[in-house]
Design a protein around this ligand. Structure first.
Ligand code: URA
Length: 443
């Protein structure tokens, strides 16, 4: 009998050798039950950074992580259940639009979301800017909500993938987040344990995402699609741009307002386009349509007839949120100070760095530096201009929403520095870099 030891598994990976399923299981189980320590797991994740995990190891890691906790059973909900997941970005309020939009088109979505991490925002924090909105639903209430109105968005119910909770917070403080096989197993274990039949992934690439290089984002997408396909959860990934923030609003309540406008058909062009694309894939996977074009037409109609925003209203009401928010978006959740960002240069905008904007918004109070920090839902930034736009001297490039004058002034100065303006036109901005499904990559 060979006794497994954490030490040997770390050493094996450090030396660039392949781990067996048994070794991966032993390591993950040991880490979850506490017999393997944080410092050993940290050494292991760093060894994975340098030496990687192959496809088989990544699939085995995903399975071990799924088996570390409970799984949600969605079988009592009729029809094909489709889930979506974004690898995280700045101004990414896609869930707030996609969930009610897909539900209004007849696709059931039981969405479990997370909180913000570092410079990226989290859906739960955004929703909690709506007074009373309850994200802590128990399993029964979560499933009942989906059965009644076709969708629900809640924090994790039950003890899903405890291995990811531990590993993720460890990776967050040991510079081991941006590692393709670790992100793939983290995302796919949660998606599969959440019980949906099919999965749409929004894999972000660029300055405001974990995958700075587009080729890495494709690699990540391919591995996740492969894992999904192998475990009989058909998965399609969209690789979308996160060099500049998505849409215009960054900050919790500001993003909810922008999501509501988008559900009414009045959102920023890039954000609207991404929601329609992702939504169409959800309809396709759910078997509601034969092709993407048909899905896009259906979703456009749902939006223009007011059915998408009505569904979000219903969702807010079902989860105890104050629906007065919908009556006048401008009156609700306003920060005490608003400051305009005016630039001295003129020309065309070549860059608005999403990561820097994300960090400024976090420092304004919209995110957490430490886990226990409280969030200010009112603060953030609204961009008036995006990459490729022209701008005149003195024109308003953005508006800062802050809790006081000094925060506002600091943010205004920092934002000015992140705009790269040149006299020549910038090349067109690509929002979607491509797709990956079980047949491979496409444009
Ligand atoms: N999102 C996740 O859920 N996990 C990761 O590891 C990175 C992004």
């Amino acid at each position: 009998v060979v006794f497994l030891r954490a030490y040997d598994i770390i050493l094996k990976k450090r030396n660039g050798n392949k781990l067996s399923q048994k070794e991966i299981d032993f390591f993950i189980q040991g880490y979850v039950n506490g017999s393997i320590r944080d410092y050993q797991a940290a050494a292991w994740t760093m060894a994975v950074y340098f030496n990687g995990l192959d496809r088989e190891e990544t699939a085995n890691l995903t399975l071990s992580m799924i088996n570390s906790g409970e799984k949600i059973n969605l079988e009592s909900i009729q029809g094909i259940k489709v889930d979506k997941h974004s690898t995280g970005g700045v101004g990414d309020k896609t869930t707030l639009v996609l969930v009610p939009l897909a539900a209004a088109a007849g696709v059931s979505v039981a969405k479990m979301s997370g909180r913000g991490l570092g410079f990226t925002g989290g859906t739960l924090d955004k929703l909690e800017s709506i007074p009373g909105f309850n994200i802590s639903l128990d399993k029964e209430k979560f499933l009942d909500t989906v059965k009644q109105i076709g969708c629900s968005i809640a924090g994790q119910t039950g003890n899903l993938v405890p291995a990811d909770k531990k590993l993720y917070s460890l990776r967050d403080v040991t510079a081991t987040i941006d590692i393709v096989p670790l992100i793939a197993s983290s995302v796919m274990s949660k998606k599969i344990a959440s019980g949906a039949d099919k999965i749409v992934l929004d894999v972000k690439t660029g300055k405001g995402s974990f995958m700075k290089k587009t080729e890495d984002a494709f690699k990540l997408a391919e591995i996740m699609v492969e894992i999904g396909t192998e475990l009989e959860k058909e998965t399609i990934a969209v690789i979308s741009d996160m060099n500049q923030p998505l849409g215009c609003a960054v900050g919790n309540a500001l993003e909810v307002k922008e999501a509501i406008k988008t559900l009414q058909g009045e959102g920023p062009e890039d954000f609207q386009e991404l929601c329609i694309k992702l939504g169409s894939l959800m309809l396709l996977l759910a078997g509601k349509v034969k092709c993407i074009d048909e899905a896009e037409l259906i979703l456009q109609k749902i939006i223009s007839r007011g059915k998408a925003v009505d569904k979000f209203f219903e969702l807010v009401k079902m989860q105890n949120g104050d629906t007065k928010v919908f009556e006048n978006l401008d009156l609700w959740c306003n920060s005490p100070v608003k400051a305009e960002v005016k630039l001295q240069e003129e020309g065309f905008i070549h860059q608005i760095d999403a990561e820097i904007i994300g960090n400024i918004v976090m420092h304004l109070g919209a995110g957490r530096e430490k886990k226990e920090d409280k969030i200010d839902h009112k603060v953030g930034i609204v961009l008036n201009k995006k990459n490729g736009d022209s701008i005149k001297k003195g024109e308003i490039a953005a508006v800062v929403h802050a809790k006081n004058e000094s925060d506002a002034e600091e943010a205004v100065n920092k934002i000015k520095d992140t705009f790269v303006i040149k006299t020549e036109k910038s090349s067109s901005v690509k929002l979607i870099h491509g797709y990956v499904d079980k047949n491979g990559k496409s444009d």
